[in-house]
Ligand binder design. Structure first.
Ligand code: COA
Length: 150
């Protein structure tokens, strides 16, 4: 990636590109309407990674009081392994901490080792599992938690 990477808050104009990436990457993608609803709630964090005018990654973090939840995060398939997921996740967590969040939870497919390693690199630990949590294909989820350090 030669162009500079910009991490910024998403706007309505980003939603079609993010929805298209969700369709491409996930078997149960977020819809454009779901993404727009997320954007309209100022409690939620919705960041995008942009380079050369293109969206190359995005992440959502829902803040509910002092707890957060990450419903989705992804990097454009052509831009994997370039630090985008890590940069996005670190900035989402920093923003959540600024908003008073002290613990962040997420679910991840048991087979998704790339995502599990990304989360572990950012300080998440496995704290549980949910049997048959996912469909298409059916798979268990691992529950991971990040805790703000004092
Ligand atoms: C998970 C995902 C977001 C990582 O994005 P990325 O931009 O490629 O990640 P980065 O380049 O920032 O890598 C950060 C860390 O993630 C881990 N990682 C990323 N890809 C990996 C892979 N293929 N295998 C193992 N570890 C991997 C590594 O620990 C890496 O750190 P390192 O480079 O120091 O080893 C990306 O693979 C993706 O979009 N996957 C499809 C969507 C998805 O599964 N989202 C998560 C749903 S729970």
């Amino acid at each position: 990636m030669n162009e500079q990477l910009l991490i910024r808050f998403a706007t309505g104009a980003d939603v079609p590109q993010v929805a298209a990436l969700e369709q491409q990457i996930f078997s149960e993608p977020w819809t454009q309407t779901g993404l727009e609803e997320t954007l309209s709630c100022d409690r939620h964090i919705f960041l995008v990674a942009q380079t050369a005018g293109q969206i190359v990654g995005y992440g959502l973090l829902y803040c509910n009081g002092d707890e957060g939840e990450i419903p989705t995060i992804a990097t454009h398939p052509a831009y994997l392994h370039q630090g985008i997921g890590y940069t996005l996740l670190e900035q989402m967590l920093a923003e959540a901490r600024r908003r008073g969040v002290v613990a962040v939870y997420l679910e991840v497919r048991r087979s998704n080792l790339a995502a599990q390693r990304l989360y572990a690199k950012c300080g998440f630990l496995i704290v549980g599992e949910r049997r048959h949590f996912y469909r298409f294909p059916d798979e268990d989820a691992l529950v991971m938690m990040y805790e703000k350090k004092e």
